[in-house]
Design a protein around this ligand. Structure first.
Ligand code: ZN
Length: 136
């Protein structure tokens, strides 16, 4: 019987999957964050380095400031989608019918938005090359 190496057993993630699961851009296996996003007390705690390949996630000092722009874009997209939905569903209600749901949904999505913004920013602007077989 032919032996199968460990590397062949590992499912290769696409870039989109790696971004969505907040995995390391270099190996697409190591998780960026220590806890799942529903742990609202610790959702922002990250590994300093990838636990699989050792890539330092903050590729340069202040790198995560750029993720704020991704987060801002996500929040605006949410605001527009929810605002248009409310406008058509409730036939242009008073302003408070927009402000309250948008504010509540923005606050509820903070953990998810924070993490996906950092993941998107690292994958798209970290300029880290994907190396499928890298291990420490
Ligand atoms: Zn890695």
């Amino acid at each position: 019987m032919k032996e199968v190496s460990h590397l062949q057993l590992v499912t290769k993630r696409t870039k989109i999957q790696a971004i969505g699961e907040a995995r390391c851009p270099q190996c697409r296996e190591g998780k960026m964050f220590l806890y799942p996003f529903w742990r609202v007390d610790k959702f922002s705690e990250m590994h300093e380095k990838c636990p699989v390949c050792g890539l330092k996630f903050e590729v340069e000092p202040g790198f995560w400031y750029g993720a704020m722009f991704v987060s801002y874009a996500n929040t605006i997209a949410l605001l527009v989608v929810l605002g248009v939905t409310i406008f058509y569903l409730f036939n242009d209600p008073p302003v408070m019918y927009y402000i309250v749901p948008v504010t509540i949904l923005s606050i509820l999505t903070v953990p998810f938005n924070f993490r996906i913004s950092r993941s998107v920013f690292l994958h798209l602007f970290g300029f880290v090359k994907y190396k499928p077989s890298i291990r420490t």
